[in-house]
Design a protein around this ligand. Sequence first.
Ligand code: ADP
Ligand code: ADP
Ligand code: ZN
Length: 214
Amino acid sequence: MKIIMLGAPGAGKGTQAKKIASKYNIPHISTGDIFRANIKNNTELGRKAKVYMDKGEYVPDELVVALIMDRFKEADCKNGYVLDGFPRTIPQAEALDKALLENGEQIDFAIDVLVPDEHIIKRMSGRRACVGCGATYHIQYNPTKTEGVCDVCGESLILRDDDKPEIVQNRLTVYHEKTQPLIDYYTSKEILVEVDGTKDMEEVFSNIVNVLGK
Ligand code: ADP
Ligand code: ADP
Ligand code: ZN
């Protein structure tokens, strides 16, 4: 099964993608996580991406597409994947379709997690990310057992630099301009699924499972 997660920054794409990956036994591929790992390891890709990410801008399409095509070559992708944060622009979506078509493949579902902008700033200011394993929490909606410490690996949690309100505002603007057009793109391919992302995490997930199948 090949799945794309769509939705504003902070809508809950990552949260749901992790649950999907574990239930359907497919890899969770987050371009944001891959960039952050590269930044942490100070690779050339990381240094290039950071310039854009820090401002809340998108990393250029050619960098993102090259990275994802590389990732698809890994063995774990053979039964599908859940893409979280890719594609984010029409050129990225077209590059993905083209690459899939060459192997006679296609995306099965594009899941749009709908959360109005008014909710997003609050979601983001409460998001905490683990510096060790990338697990995501929320100080109010999904707290860790011990404050500031990751439940999974015991490392410490941070507020991402790009989750600060002034950057989040820009990310929302960029999202509406560049990513929202993908909703029409996947609607016309008849694979768009909309879920209400303002519901609690388990309810959102069960609505997704109803569509993907048990
Ligand atoms: P969120 O979880 O809030 O949706 P991500 O972790 O997916 O954010 O992405 C963080 C940042 O990484 C984005 O703001 C952007 O700068 C960059 N990025 C991630 N995926 C892409 C993409 N497909 N195209 C361009 N930039 C991307
Ligand atoms: P995205 O990947 O779309 O940027 P995340 O999955 O990282 O979003 O979620 C953003 C923040 O909101 C995180 O702190 C997460 O724990 C929290 N969150 C995710 N889904 C929900 C939900 N349904 N209700 C409340 N908070 C949520
Ligand atoms: Zn951790």
